[in-house]
Design a protein around this ligand. Structure first.
Ligand code: UD1
Ligand code: UDP
Length: 363
């Protein structure tokens, strides 16, 4: 049995951690650390409840702040937990500030780091996530990749040791939740939506929320979609709308609501005619749910969804969005992308084998 310290803090990380915690705890000891980067009930607790994620052994309560403030506050707090728990390995997920702080604190303490969702690149350093990913990958000894593209991206940066193509753990969560969402979520009834009769939209990237003009253009584009648009509003986006004096109420077809729980979200992804998003996770989930997607960004890490014809990059401009919504079609083919929904047990096996070959840490 080995001891793994998993670090999470933001919404998509809870969703990724759910199957990993299950697979890890079946054979090993897991210590779960929640940095507190996301803290509202509907951004954090709801996922622990719905996905049966064990309560974190350590909650660091870091909260919001600038990148430097947040990452800086996480470092000594994570360091103290690593020193106390003495794990064999630290596991970090994705590309948030919690990922960066976790990888950095562990690497400095000579504790090996495994990175889930390694090798993704947008090649756009104006995204805070791109910086977090590049640094986390270069600090990691085990790089757990969701796609062959990710493996090639790492090779292009000279990283070839410790690289494993394991598939995407978000598929594990989604594929295991599709039927549950159909049975347990009543969101379609609650919001009076018909099958394939609405669009689901999520927006939270600083590229769209924090740039003067763009958020208004996105709202106007969705407002002219000619059908209901369900829009669960991320807290960053809610704050930006308020700061910019934008009122979604002026677009009667936009059904704005607070962030939703996972099962409601999956139900909507399945039933929507179209997804419009700038989220990484939602692009993939739309694909797995066989729902076409428009991504309001200049680039994406999930290039395979574009190549397969199910996703399209669209400028954050009202007229372009309206035209793209009107032009959406459903491709006739749907190749399997990002694995088979069994990435978590595969990753546990990789970590186990690697730790066994490596022997105990010399502290
Ligand atoms: C973060 C991640 C992003 C990820 C997203 C998932 C970084 C740099 N960004 O972005 O990669 O896609 O999470 O959702 O790590 N807030 C609340 N309540 C909360 C959490 C946040 O009100 O529970 C508000 C605060 O005003 C905060 C703002 O949202 O300042 C942004 O939160 P933050 O965690 O800094 O970044 P996200 O945009 O959520
Ligand atoms: N999600 C959710 N409720 C919402 C919006 C998103 O449960 O209101 C889920 C979504 O299904 C996906 C994950 O959150 O599993 C994506 O997280 P987010 O878009 O915040 O971050 P990203 O993936 O872009 O890093």
């Amino acid at each position: 049995m080995v001891k793994i310290l998993s670090i999470v803090g933001a919404r998509p990380q809870f969703i990724k951690a759910a199957p990993m915690s299950r697979a890890l705890r079946a054979r090993h000891q897991e210590v779960l650390v929640h940095t507190g980067q996301h803290y509202d009930d509907n951004m954090s607790e709801v996922f622990f409840r719905e996905l049966d994620i064990p309560p974190p052994e350590h909650h660091l309560g870091i909260g919001s702040g600038s990148h430097g403030t947040m990452t800086g506050a996480m470092l000594p707090a994570i360091e103290a937990v690593i020193l106390e728990e003495k794990p064999d390995l630290v596991l970090v997920y994705g590309d948030t500030n919690s990922t960066l702080a976790g990888a950095l604190a562990a690497a400095k303490l000579q504790t090996p780091v495994a990175h889930v969702e390694a090798g993704l690149r947008s090649f756009n350093r104006s995204m805070p996530e791109e910086i977090n990913r590049v640094v986390a990958d270069h600090l990691s000894e085990l790089l757990l990749c969701p796609s062959e593209t990710a493996v090639s991206n790492l090779a292009a940066e000279g990283i070839t040791r410790g690289v494993w193509m394991v598939g995407d753990v978000m598929a594990d969560t989604l594929l295991h939740s599709m039927e549950r969402a159909r049975q347990e979520s009543n969101v379609l009834e609650r919001m009076q939506l018909s099958q394939k009769g609405f669009i689901l939209a999520t927006i939270h990237r600083p590229y769209n929320t924090d740039h003067p003009e763009r958020l208004g253009q996105v709202a106007a584009g969705l407002g002219s979609a000619g059908m209901p648009v369900v829009f669960p509003v991320h807290p960053r986006t809610g704050r930006a709308l308020q700061n910019q004096g934008l009122d979604l109420g002026q677009h009667p077809n936009i059904l704005a609501c607070p962030p939703l729980g996972y099962l409601d979200m999956v139900r909507l992804e399945q039933a929507a005619r179209l997804v419009v998003t700038d989220s990484g996770g939602v692009q993939k989930e739309a694909y797995w749910a066989h729902t076409p997607c428009l991504t309001l960004r200049p680039d994406t890490e999930w290039v395979e969804t574009i190549e397969a014809g199910w996703n399209r990059l669209v400028a954050s401009d009202a007229q372009v969005i309206r035209q793209a919504i009107g032009a959406v079609s459903t491709p006739g083919t749907h190749p399997e992308l990002y694995g088979d929904g069994h990435a978590a047990p595969r990753m546990v096996q990789v970590m186990e084998d690697w730790l066994q070959d490596r022997g105990p840490i010399q502290r």
